[in-house]
Design a protein around this ligand. Structure first.
Ligand SMILES: CC(C)n1nc(-c2ccc(NC(=O)/C=C/C(=O)c3ccc(F)c(C(F)(F)F)c3)cc2)c2c(N)ncnc21
Length: 278
């Protein structure tokens, strides 16, 4: 497919457009099929006037360069892109399983095996991104998709940055923000470790750890790392131990990605073929 011929200049006529998959940032996304190869993709339409209005031309170009360069089983592929007079089209890997969020809402909370498998997949994907100097910073359930085998795919790099040093920009919903981001302080790769702790909690309990009635209260709870575990039988002590080692205010003291993969809860519960080894 396109990844083998990045030079190919695609156009809308190369694709048969199918059903709308949903409405995302800056535009809709459709199921589509490349006419010659019959290859199924997701086609995201972004209106140029939206990009121009927010002066995102450069950031979008950088995003496209980042995303086409990332090749990892748990990172959703961007095969290429093309544009016409008023729209930019992203040719994306189609994630047949849709949003992980939907599965989490449907079942309430995940089993420890499922949660650990997703955390291991995310950790592998983040380790890969970090070695390419990409901080995702916007990892929340709605940005996590599932392929036809239920394997996790990180998507929607709307706000990731190609970063070798600290960043100062705010983004994402509040629940997943690390303290240093809430305080709009400089932050680095360790924000993703914090987010893994938030997600692990949410996978197991069905709600994020610092949820509150107001943004101000959520901020407060994050800044105080006001972490409490509901007393439910289905969450093991090991799971809580991992969460506690990730939701640490001092970003330098959060469990590093390689140690997450060696944590007893991950070793005991993650399904090896649900998440690709290094
Ligand atoms: C609805 C359903 C759930 N759905 N959604 C997808 C889907 C997956 C990935 C994307 N990716 C992006 O939209 C990336 C956008 C940017 O990177 C970007 C855009 C504008 C900017 F200004 C910028 C900026 F950086 F300039 F800000 C960045 C979109 C949809 C999907 C799929 N692939 N398969 C199956 N179902 C799927």
């Amino acid at each position: 497919m396109a990844s083998e011929s990045p030079k190919k200049n695609w156009s809308i006529n190369d694709f048969e457009i199918g059903k709308p998959l949903g409405k995302g940032k800056f535009g809709r996304v459709y199921l589509a099929r490349e006419s010659k190869s019959k290859y199924i993709v997701a086609l995201k339409v972004i209106f140029k006037e939206q990009i121009e209005k927010y002066r995102l031309q450069h950031q979008l170009k950088r995003e496209m360069a980042i995303q086409t360069s990332l090749r990892h089983p748990h990172v959703l592929r961007l095969y290429g892109w093309f544009h016409d007079a008023e729209r930019i089209f992203l040719i994306l890997e189609y994630a047949h399983g849709g949003e992980l969020y939907g599965e989490l809402r449907r079942v309430g909370y995940l089993s420890e095996q499922q949660a650990a498998t997703y955390i291991a997949s995310l950790t592998h994907a983040l380790a890969y991104c970090h070695e390419k100097h990409v901080i995702h910073r916007d990892i929340k359930p709605e940005n996590l998709l599932l392929d036809h085998e239920g394997r996790l795919k990180i998507a929607d790099f709307g706000w990731s940055v190609q970063s070798k040093n600290k960043r100062h920009t705010m983004c994402g919903t509040l629940d997943y923000l690390a303290p240093e981001m809430v305080e709009n302080k400089a932050h680095d790769y360790a924000v993703d470790n914090w987010t893994l702790g938030v997600l692990c909690y949410e996978f197991l309990y069905g709600v994020p750890p610092f949820e509150a009635d107001s943004q101000a209260d959520t901020f407060q709870r994050i800044m105080k790392v006001d972490l409490t575990f509901p007393s439910t039988p289905h969450v093991s002590t090991e799971a809580k131990d991992l969460i506690i080692q990730l939701l640490v205010k001092d970003s330098a003291k959060r469990l590093p990605l390689d140690k997450i993969l060696k944590h007893p809860w991950i070793i005991m519960n993650a399904d090896p073929n649900g998440s690709f080894p290094e």
